[in-house]
Design a protein around this ligand. Sequence first.
Ligand code: MN
Length: 311
Amino acid sequence: MGLDLDACISQLLQKQLLAESLIKEICEKTKELLMRESNVIHISAPVTVVGDIHGQFYDLIEIFRIGGYCPYTNYLFLGDYVDRGLFSIETISLLTCLKLRYPERVQLVRGNHESRAVTQTYGFYTECVRKYGNTNVWHYFTDMFDYLTLSVVIDDKIFCVHGGLSPSIHSIDQIKTLDRFREIPHEGPMADLVWSDPDQDKDEFAISPRGAGYTFGGEVVKKFLHINGMSHILRAHQLCMEGYQVLYDDRLSTVWSAPNYCYRCGNMASILEVGVNGERFFNVFDAAPENDRESSRPMASERLENVLYFL
Ligand SMILES: [Mn+2]
């Protein structure tokens, strides 16, 4: 029997978990698919770009309601699918099925949470044990995470990554030569791409308060865009109360797609629609009403400080 991805997708859209054996098969097939993809995937607009989701499954469904369903809308997801929210498994299961079903229309970039180390601390590992009774599903997904791409370029003009730039990467071609098929290292260019943040108060690279990656300023962005002949950097990774943020004279933007983050931050979220002429439109939305019906456990306040650092 072949794998019936449409059946899997419709089961997941009803928020029903897939069997462990199915997850295993889906992750194996997805690894084979991702293995053939470059560290830098070139795509064309129109595409709708989605930032951090963090297991907020009801809000992911809201994104499809607002932005359109696959494959009628092309999607680029910028990482941090798991941890923090209550439904990391449902979220990553659905996104993986969609990638496998529509490989040219769905792109999944790796975030700093798509890692064994981080998911053992921030919820995904625990959720797998709680919902499946063992760690198998966590192993299948985290093994698959090692194959996710690191970046996407839209129409040779917009560079997309989860976190940001790296002091050891000057040109896009350097990204293409990285060996990405591994756990995210603690330091080096691959870590920087998933961990770094812009800092409006600086011009150059500086030590990041996150303890991984760097902060980078407007001069770094200008230089990177110039060297690579591009006009914009698009990234996720940082909570934006309005759902998005545009910096450095419109050279960089952050898209954040988890409304009312951790069911308590009170923030808006957005998805970014990139049109065929490069025009960008942030479609802003609030938390889906279904979140309230679920017994969403608020986080203990002593953990919130960590939350704000490890977005
Ligand atoms: Mn992140």
